[in-house]
Design a protein around this ligand. Structure first.
Ligand SMILES: [Zn+2]
Length: 199
């Protein structure tokens, strides 16, 4: 009798958005509380300030959050300690995966779901090339202007904002792994494997 077992090996396709969502939700679960608070304070500094939140929501500059969560912010004295803060943390961690290659996302997905066959598909976001480390790690064209490269810490605005020439930055990157040794502590080790490199 011929048994078709091929379905066991069929990969289930998930798009990049789904993959990022799975990865970010998983990372949030494993994040220590002090890291959560640090992320919220550094990136959503207005998190505990109800008036500023209200203004930001009206201006449309607050991240997309549910009505329930907005209610919660209004009613909870210290929302940083609530589970719902994870909406912002997921938002932050998802943004951190912008421009990451499918291979990077796939590796993460495989670690989370080692016994399933989720296969990440979808086009990479269009990214700009960092002139220093030559990774496609910043916003494309004008979007990437003044952006700081997460791989090498070059600010994409010429020599001025970096206080050094591009040549010096490139040689420092080769030597230290960042345009200046003092920035190493801000660079996530995974940044080096996250992005497409210039061939
Ligand atoms: Zn760079």
């Amino acid at each position: 009798m011929k048994v078709d077992v091929s379905y066991n090996f069929m990969k289930q396709h998930i798009d990049r958005t789904e993959a990022k969502d799975i990865i970010a939700n998983n990372e949030v679960k494993n994040l220590p509380n002090e890291s959560k608070i640090q992320i919220l304070k550094e990136n959503y500094w207005w998190f505990n300030e109800k008036d500023t939140i209200n203004e930001s929501i009206e201006e449309g500059t607050y991240p997309k959050i549910s009505d329930n969560f907005i209610e919660l912010i209004h009613n909870t004295p210290n929302p940083i300690l609530t589970k719902e803060a994870e909406i912002l943390l997921v938002d932050y961690l998802t943004l951190k995966m912008k421009f990451a290659t499918n291979l990077y996302l796939q590796t993460k997905i495989d670690i989370i779901n080692y016994n399933t066959k989720n296969y990440v598909i979808g086009e990479d976001e269009i990214a700009g090339l960092c002139p220093c480390c030559e990774n496609y790690s910043i916003g494309y064209a004008e979007d990437g202007l003044w952006e700081i490269c997460p791989v090498c810490f070059w600010a994409n605005g010429g020599d001025g904002p970096n206080h050094m020439t591009l040549e010096k930055a490139k040689s420092n990157f080769l030597k230290f792994g960042a345009i200046d040794e003092k920035f190493l502590k801000y660079i996530n080790k995974e940044a080096k494997v996250k992005y497409k490199k210039k061939l």
